[in-house]
Design a protein. Structure first.
Ligand SMILES: [Zn+2]
Length: 498
């Protein structure tokens, strides 16, 4: 629950928008401020595409302001060094004991989404929020500190894109330095403020605890499921960073699920399959389609003729939500976008089957689809709804076992037991003879059936000792010996004449 001792509010000022009027997204997007399209590391053209952001810490003394008034020179580094026992003479921040908490916070957003945060060590000390990031010069996200409003209340504030500079209230340095929960006080402050910098306003919920709520909550660590979903809306899932940033939008760029052995299932996206918005700080397996422009391809390999089941389950969960100051109402993040699933042949170009049987929220399934041979096949996920939808994909494979000729009892080996089935039904019609004894399927048990067994005699996998046939009864032992006689006779007849 919310810490009672410290009434700690995050603040997101320095924007002109008064109240968000956006449609419900769960996460509340910042209207009027586009997400990052241009950063020091490059450009992108639309939501759902990955972005690289640099972050860094401004030199102490850099003018810190909230966009309107100056808060004085930054004193963040000095405060951090004092509180975390850092070395004030060490200029390389990466060697300071507090550096890792900053790196972890930005790294967490990178783990769960198409974002890549990189540390930028340089900063020329320009006044806060006055210049865009430039590689080797200053970060996209510049972090400073100043006295904001004394102990508690505002902990920090952050600009919306595409400025996103961050200010920590150094009056709260003792709160940030508290080591409880692996420094979750500082971690959740940083990940929350970074969330504003990514384009999110505050959200309130009375059913679930979320990172972007206005007051800090240290019962969890980092972005929760709704925030992961929001990051995917803007910047795509982590697979959009694969293939050098080209993502997995074609069969040639498909993300491989590997070889799926007989009677096994390969799954992806499972960390979003949770009963509420709570996610582990170690969870990284989140996938989604971001919008109608996104298509996700997965490859999987089967080693032989198989049947495949593919299940596409939309995820996100049900919870209450509203923008700050609103009254939370029920929201179903699992039914945001209507998903469609296609299975592709090994060329990645020929669709084998497409399913879109259900509206948003429904599980789309391809069941018992016959794959005629081993090889690498593909599955793709698309949506006709222009918003983000988390999902999981499960691909289950069953090998098609070709029957072994002559293996009448189906134990995987052609042996005496199979001969006995022939001989026990010898010279009879079907029925009454056992149809198993008629592999030639001519409704009569005769020499053609015997030849099928003999031609394949001793093939297959011999039964293990424990599974060996029971000791034959005297009557069947006689027939078995007769069978062996026939077998030997056949072999002798097949020798070349001497
Ligand atoms: Zn905030």
């Amino acid at each position: 629950m919310i810490k009672a001792i410290i009434v700690a509010l995050y603040l997101a000022p320095a924007v002109l928008v008064l109240v968000t009027t956006s449609v419900a997204h769960g996460f509340i997007i910042e209207n009027g401020a586009s997400p990052w399209l241009n950063t020091a590391s490059g450009s992108r053209t639309a939501n759902g595409q990955p972005a690289t952001l640099t972050w860094g810490i401004v030199p102490d003394g850099t003018d810190v302001n909230d966009g309107f008034i100056s808060l004085g020179g930054s004193d963040l580094i000095a405060n951090l060094n004092t509180a975390f026992s850092g070395d004030p003479l060490e200029a390389d921040h990466t060697l300071q004991p507090w550096f890792g908490f900053f790196a972890e916070a930005f790294g967490r957003w990178s783990e769960v989404s198409g974002l890549t945060y990189l540390y930028e060590p340089n900063d020329t000390g320009l006044s806060f929020a006055s210049a865009a990031g430039a590689l080797g010069v200053r970060a996209d996200v510049r972090i400073g500190g100043a006295s904001v409003d004394g102990l508690s209340d505002t902990l920090a504030f952050n600009f919306f894109p595409d400025n996103s500079d961050m200010v920590l209230d150094t009056d709260d340095i003792s709160f940030f330095a508290d080591g409880t929960g692996e420094h979750v006080n500082l971690g959740n402050t940083l990940t929350h403020e970074a969330g504003h910098g990514l384009g999110f306003r505050h959200v309130v919920s009375d059913t679930d605890a979320l990172l972007m709520e206005p007051s800090i909550n240290t019962d969890f660590d980092g972005p929760q499921l709704d925030e992961v979903r929001g990051a995917h809306f803007y910047y795509g899932d982590a697979l959009e960073k694969s293939n050098g940033g080209l993502g997995n939008n074609t069969a040639a760029l498909a993300h491989s699920l590997g070889t799926i052995e007989d009677a096994t299932t390969a799954s992806i996206g499972v960390d979003a399959d949770t009963p509420d918005q709570s996610i582990s700080p170690d969870a990284t397996d989140f996938i989604s389609v971001s919008n109608t422009g996104d298509i996700d391809y997965y490859a999987f390999t089967v080693t032989e003729e198989s049947t495949v089941d593919i299940e596409l389950k939309p995820l996100g969960g049900q919870f209450s939500q509203s923008g700050e100051g609103g009254i939370p109402s029920p929201f179903d993040a699992s039914a945001r976008a209507d998903l469609s699933l296609t299975l592709w042949d090994t060329d990645g170009l020929t669709p084998l089957v497409t399913v879109d049987a259900l509206p948003a929220g429904g599980i789309e399934s391809i069941l018992d689809f016959a794959l005629p041979a081993g090889g690498e096949y593909f599955a793709s996920i698309t949506t006709t709804t222009d918003t983000v939808q988390l999902y999981r994909l499960d691909v289950s494979v069953e090998s098609v076992v070709e029957p072994l000729p002559g293996d009448l009892d189906g134990d995987g080996f052609v042996g005496i037991d199979d001969l006995n089935i022939i001989l026990a039904n010898w010279n009879q019609s079907v029925p009454p003879a056992d149809p198993l004894a008629d592999p030639s399927d001519d409704k009569f048990i005769g020499i053609d059936d015997l030849n099928i067994v003999l031609a394949n005699f001793n093939t297959g996998t011999p039964p293990a000792l424990d599974d060996a046939a029971p000791v034959p009864e005297p009557g069947t032992l006689g027939t078995a010996l007769f069978a062996i006689y026939l077998l030997l006779s056949r072999k002798v007849l097949d020798y070349p004449a001497r």
